[in-house]
Design a binder for this molecule. Structure first.
Ligand SMILES: [Zn+2]
Length: 110
């Protein structure tokens, strides 16, 4: 494993604290993410974000994200363009931010 301080934060550096969430063992960098040989699992990097959830919990997170998007759309929110994201926080839906709806919460047990 490489030391993150030795490479001055350049790509292909694995932070010393990064470990498999299941066994806390070392991971190695592979083309599409980080690999745990103990579990024969790849933790993917998607859109620049490392996804370290175990596979079963990825499904729970995907279900939660779908429910979250649906409720936000029902409240008048929609995906924002790059220009709209750059203009935040002025990109709230018409009428401003509605905080009266039920909160979308869910515990994942860790
Ligand atoms: Zn592991």
């Amino acid at each position: 494993m490489q030391n993150d301080a030795a490479n001055n934060g350049q790509e292909n550096t694995i932070p010393s604290w990064l470990a498999c969430p299941l066994c806390r063992g070392a991971v190695s960098q592979v083309e599409d993410g980080f690999y745990c040989s103990e579990h024969d699992l790849v933790f993917p990097v998607g859109e620049g974000i490392l996804q370290m959830l175990p596979p079963a919990e990825r499904e729970d997170a995907a279900d939660f994200a779908a429910e979250y998007r649906q409720r936000r759309e029902e409240q008048g929110w929609r995906p924002l363009s790059a220009e709209e994201l750059a203009a935040l926080p002025e990109a709230a839906p018409d009428g401003g931010i509605d905080s009266t709806g039920p909160p979308v919460t869910r515990a994942f047990g860790y």
